[in-house]
Design a protein around this ligand. Structure first.
Ligand SMILES: Cc1ncc(C[n+]2csc(CCOP(=O)(O)OP(=O)(O)O)c2C)c(N)n1
Ligand SMILES: [Mg+2]
Length: 647
């Protein structure tokens, strides 16, 4: 606690080199002084054409843990750092994360909450940002550092350790965590926080827990702390030995395949990848986070890969002799639980900014920034000959998949669908048919947002992404309830784009309150709600693992499940809305939604039992003993599949 030189005003200068501020005022002043350079080279002048404020704004829900301290500082700073009122702390943090993802990790939102439940409501979002490697600055309130009024409202009391607070829940899900128990700690904590948020390897959530008494406490801060700083994203080149090894492997590859992950977007390497793929004649498959790196029309684009991928990409992955994975964590959905490209004839190169990822799967590591290293590879492979037969094979498989797309996404009442046997048609539309309608009513610049349920799989397989910035699916944490709040963040990051959310009834019911925030902020989003009366994808998984339907679809639960009027619910939150009964009616409604200035929800009933099968495998553990014959059979086939996993 700093007791030196009492001052009457808030910002009186004690000496030329210090300024007296509360910890909250200093924190906000520091945030306002950070800028990002968009050309990856440090500029000397803050505010030049290539720089923008690093922190775009603050989502805040106040309580006694932050209203008087941080609240006072934010009020004064509104012209530089706008504050947005949200409805749910998890939701506002989802919006903040989506904003950063849509800005390719170059601009960041801040979230401040009260102490206790307001803080712990953000823990799920922190975990989401951690899993997805997305920057987020969390400022939860905390109980008094001086402990005088303990126990305060919403304080957890740990009998054996008074230092433990609810905010400790953030520790395992933060890339950097600090509790600011004295105002001068900020001087050392803030630069580390910013470095963490902008480090392409270590990027993720930063939590600064702020005891409410310290928020209000004044200190003579060095003026230099608040000098404008321009940050940039580092672009390290590959180390020569790793580059040489990767080049040697690629030179002798007859059937190479690229897997593009989210790192391609965050490195802003999409154009470099497009050029590299074309000049080298290498097909490009995409993970969920990587989707949209190439437009679906690109001659070497072969679609999503893995459990939720296209048949084209998955076949090519089996046949490839060298796989160049770029900017991907290679999680189980991408690798089909390590069975998709584990053949003895295959070699894997992992181009990744982080050695943690680059060394996975016994890969040949190629550590560096995607855009920089692609340029290095391009130079080194200038005389490499691509095999026209392999390019032709990729084009043929992709063409066959596109024909599948046309059949699966057609309006069931259209002539195309009429040509398919009637027994394969359902009374209610499938998710794929709804996505076809949304796509037909979309412009090339529109964004689609999703996160959990059956829809991410359908989107990964079937959505025709038009390029970077058009496909936003959170599938690292696959968090139900991300969708609507995430769409709000995407809209704030991309105001000129129309933003579509496709969301299941389950996810909508879990977290929809930021629909009201989107109305309040005038940030229009269009929500297409697919009501299949329950947790459709988990019901299918349950049946696929030999079980009966239980506790997933509403009809398999208790008593009389209500027919929820989602359109009325959205209207009650201030959005425009309607319920439609066919694909044609959905398309007409989407046209009305496009004209609307206000957030718009369209509800449609869908079939819970249908999804697009691509023959892939996912490791979901089946009970070794069970009284159910279906489970016994499922375990027998599971044991066979497990043999495909190499290690
Ligand atoms: C917060 C959270 N809880 C639970 C899950 C597990 N889960 C994944 S999808 C799903 C059901 C989603 O239902 P809905 O949104 O209606 O989509 P549908 O499967 O019907 O397409 C559940 C429970 C999850 N991903 N996230
Ligand atoms: Mg559902």
């Amino acid at each position: 606690m700093n007791q030196a030189t009492p001052q009457s005003g808030q910002q009186n200068t004690v000496a030329a080199s210090t300024i007296r501020l509360t910890m909250s005022q200093a924190l906000v002043k520091f945030l306002c002084a950070q800028f990002i350079s968009h050309d990856s080279v440090a500029d000397s002048n803050a505010g030049s054409a290539q720089t923008e404020p690093l922190f775009a704004g603050v989502f805040a829900i106040f309580g006694h843990g932050n209203v008087a301290g941080i609240g006072e500082a934010l009020f004064a700073a509104q012209s530089k750092l706008p504050t947005y009122r949200a409805h749910n702390e998890q939701g506002m943090a989802h919006a903040a994360i989506a904003y950063a993802k849509a800005q390719q990790r170059r601009r960041i939102m801040v979230c401040t909450s009260s102490v206790g439940p307001g803080a712990t409501n953000m823990v799920t979002a922190a975990a989401l940002a951690h899993a997805n490697r997305l920057p987020l600055l969390l400022l939860p309130g905390d109980h008094f550092a001086n402990r005088t009024p303990d126990p305060v409202l919403q304080q957890i009391e740990h009998f054996g350790n008074p230092m433990i607070a609810a905010t400790d829940c953030f520790q395992p899900v933060s890339r950097y965590f600090d509790r600011i128990n004295r105002p001068e700690q900020l001087i050392h904590s803030l630069p580390v926080a910013v470095q963490t948020l902008l480090d392409p390897v270590n990027c993720g959530p930063v939590t600064l827990a702020l005891p409410q008494d310290v928020q209000a406490e004044a200190f003579d801060y060095p003026v230099s702390l608040f000098e404008p700083r321009i940050h940039y994203i580092r672009r390290p080149a590959a180390e020569p030995r790793e580059l040489a090894a990767a080049v040697a492997l690629l030179k002798q590859a007859k059937k190479p395949l690229i897997i593009a992950g989210g790192g391609v977007h965050y490195s802003q390497a999409c154009a470099a990848l497009s050029q590299f793929a074309s000049s080298q004649g290498i097909p490009v498959a995409e993970t969920q986070a990587g989707k949209g790196a190439l437009a679906w029309t690109h001659p070497f684009a072969v679609g999503g890969i893995g459990v939720t991928g296209s048949a084209a990409a998955n076949l090519l992955a089996q046949e490839a002799d060298v796989i160049l994975a770029i900017g991907t964590r290679l999680q189980d959905f991408t690798t089909q639980s390590r069975t998709a490209f584990a053949g003895a004839h295959q070699r894997l190169i992992q181009l990744n900014i982080g050695s943690f990822d680059a060394g996975k799967h016994h890969a040949l590591p190629l550590v560096g920034d995607a855009a920089t290293v692609l340029a290095q590879l391009q130079d080194a492979l200038a005389d490499r000959q691509s095999d026209p037969a392999w390019s032709a094979r990729a084009a043929l498989l992709d063409h066959q998949w596109q024909q599948q797309y046309e059949r699966l996404t057609a309006d069931p009442l259209s002539s195309l669908a009429e040509a398919t046997p009637s027994s394969s048609r359902q009374q209610l539309p499938s998710d794929a048919q709804v996505l076809g309608a949304v796509k037909r009513q979309s412009a090339a610049t529109d964004v689609v947002v999703c996160a959990a349920g059956g829809l991410p799989g359908e989107l990964h397989k079937l959505w025709r992404a038009e390029g970077p910035g058009t496909y936003h699916v959170e599938y690292g944490f696959s968090c139900m309830g991300y969708e609507i709040a995430g769409a709000l963040g995407v809209k704030m990051a991309s105001p000129s784009r129309e933003v579509f959310v496709v969301v299941g009834d389950g996810s909508y019911l879990m977290l929809n309150s930021e629909l009201a925030t989107s109305v309040m902020l005038g940030q229009k989003i269009t929500v297409v709600l697919l009501d299949n009366r329950g947790f459709g994808c988990i019901n299918r998984l349950q049946r696929g693992t030999g079980n009966a339907g239980f506790n997933n679809l509403l009809e398999d639960c208790h008593g009389d499940a209500p027919d929820i009027d989602f359109a009325a619910h959205a209207k009650a939150l201030g959005a425009q809305s309607e319920r439609v009964g066919s694909i044609a009616a959905l398309e007409a409604a989407l046209q009305r939604a496009r004209q609307s200035k206000r957030s718009y929800l369209i509800e449609i009933k869908t079939d819970p039992l249908t999804s697009t099968d691509n023959g892939s495998w996912w490791d979901v553990a089946i009970p070794q003993v069970s009284a159910l014959p279906g489970v016994q059979a499922a375990h027998a086939s599971y044991s066979e599949q497990k043999k495909q996993q190499p290690y």
